[in-house]
Design a binder for this molecule. Structure first.
Ligand SMILES: CC(C)(COP(=O)(O)OP(=O)(O)OC[C@H]1O[C@@H](n2cnc3c(N)ncnc32)[C@H](O)[C@@H]1OP(=O)(O)O)[C@@H](O)C(=O)NCCC(=O)NCCS
Length: 191
């Protein structure tokens, strides 16, 4: 499977050890982590890189770096990862080569502040869903967000996710947004 994905303005590449500087810039910024657990110490980011570069399935489970297609500037990440249920963070032991995790697979995204408000998360999300439903064995993708995270909710709505009430995730009852492969296919035909 080709894991380097292009859209009009963006390139998505499997997250790599060389993306550590981007990870540090994003995950030490309180604004970026306001609705996602709070900032991470630089030492921990460096330690976590071995998890954040893991891939499952044929590579379709994991994190991608988002960069500008023409300049190459890196400004975000987007992921398909096993959704934690009672745990408060992703269990990377479930991300193993050749295996799609048994439970729900969630989409998640982070952009540097300088890249907000330009439609990049929407564009990257659409591209990743296309890979998920055209090239991987995933039949459904889920998502959740902290209640106040209007930007994240808006991205999900724009890329076709439906509000299914509440679900148990991250050790609490949170928004339950979902899209199935069939729903996604229907959207492509009506576009
Ligand atoms: C969530 C995030 C990735 C959105 O990225 P983005 O590229 O700015 O989003 P988009 O430009 O694609 O915007 C999508 C929609 O949300 C709206 N939106 C964006 N930011 C918004 C905000 N702060 N408040 C309300 N609406 C917002 C946009 O207007 C757009 O809708 P529109 O086209 O109808 O105007 C970005 O804000 C971010 O990195 N936040 C911090 C990390 C985070 O919270 N990640 C999600 C964890 S669940």
């Amino acid at each position: 499977m080709n894991l380097v994905l292009h859209s009009k303005r963006l390139t998505l590449t499997p997250f790599d050890a060389a993306d550590v500087d981007l990870a540090i810039e994003m995950f030490t910024d309180p604004d970026v982590l306001k609705f996602a657990g709070g900032v991470v110490e630089e030492d921990e980011i460096r330690r976590e890189m071995s998890n954040w570069t893991k891939r499952g399935g044929n590579g379709c489970i994991g994190i991608w770096c988002i960069s500008n297609r023409s300049s190459g500037e890196k400004f975000g990440s987007i992921a398909l990862l096993p959704m934690p249920v009672e745990e408060d963070d992703t269990d990377f032991s479930l991300v193993t080569p050749g295996q799609i995790p048994d439970g729900d697979v969630e989409i998640g995204y982070f952009l540097k502040r300088s890249a907000w408000g330009k439609g990049y998360a929407t564009e990257a999300g659409r591209r990743l869903l296309r890979m998920a439903f055209e090239e991987s064995r995933l039949t459904e993708v889920v998502a959740t967000f902290e209640g106040g995270n209007v930007a994240s909710r808006n991205v999900l709505k724009k890329i076709g996710f439906a509000d299914r009430g509440l679900t148990r995730c991250y050790g609490e009852d949170g928004p339950n947004y979902r899209i199935t492969r069939d729903e996604w296919s229907g959207l492509q035909h009506s576009a």
